[in-house]
Ligand binder design. Structure first.
Ligand SMILES: CC(C)(COP(=O)(O)OP(=O)(O)OC[C@H]1O[C@@H](n2cnc3c(N)ncnc32)[C@H](O)[C@@H]1OP(=O)(O)O)[C@@H](O)C(=O)NCCC(=O)NCCS
Length: 163
């Protein structure tokens, strides 16, 4: 877990990783990680229990939820996010899920526009469900920032693993 706390700029505070790690140990979630040698280059968490947001839970109960896709800037555009998403979707299908979802923020922000393009290209569609997401990040000076942002929920329909 230390590597998760130390490696990624704009990362989550340690308690967030601790909670996700507990979920992973209990089989309620899984980290997908990408490595360049011994360096953590990218990360994605899959929450098998679905989104915590009520409007999403109401319409897509039990839909696995992808959280915090992030690739270190120096390793971008080399297919790492693609591999992380491939892994997460394949795991979900293996578990019998036929849908997988995620949130994306305001498309006026370049990073979200890029991510949204990637998701659309992979078959995710906008559901029209929007909600406020509140989370904390640690900036490069170590300060914890509380962020609130409006996000939109996207979902991808997948074929069952045995189809
Ligand atoms: C979004 C992000 C995860 C993409 O990671 P990545 O490893 O660079 O993505 P990939 O190399 O797998 O690229 C996937 C596709 O997106 C395209 N792409 C990636 N970055 C791009 C960019 N800056 N501009 C245009 N296209 C881009 C690639 O060309 C590729 O297209 P293809 O499938 O047609 O070949 C990365 O930029 C990132 O960490 N951004 C900051 C965090 C973030 O925004 N996360 C998403 C939150 S919703």
């Amino acid at each position: 877990m230390a590597v998760l706390n130390e490696s990624l700029p704009g990362g989550r505070p340690p308690e967030v990783h601790r909670e996700r790690y507990r979920k992973q140990v209990e089989g309620r979630g899984v980290y997908a990680t990408a490595w360049q040698g011994e360096r953590l280059a990218g990360i994605l968490f899959v929450d098998w229990e679905g989104s915590a947001a009520e409007p999403v839970r109401a319409s897509f109960p039990g839909c696995p939820h992808l959280i915090d896709l992030f690739v270190l800037p120096e390793y971008r555009k080399q297919g790492i996010a693609t591999q992380l998403l491939d892994y997460a979707e394949a795991e979900a299908r293996q578990r019998g899920h036929e849908r997988i979802g995620l949130d994306v923020g305001d498309l006026a922000a370049p990073n979200y526009r890029i991510a949204h393009g990637i998701y659309i290209g992979r078959g995710y569609v906008d559901t029209g469900i929007e909600h406020m997401d509140a989370y904390t990040v640690v900036d490069e000076s170590g300060s914890v920032l509380a962020i609130q942002e409006r996000v939109r929920f996207m979902v991808k329909e997948m074929k069952p693993a045995n189809a």
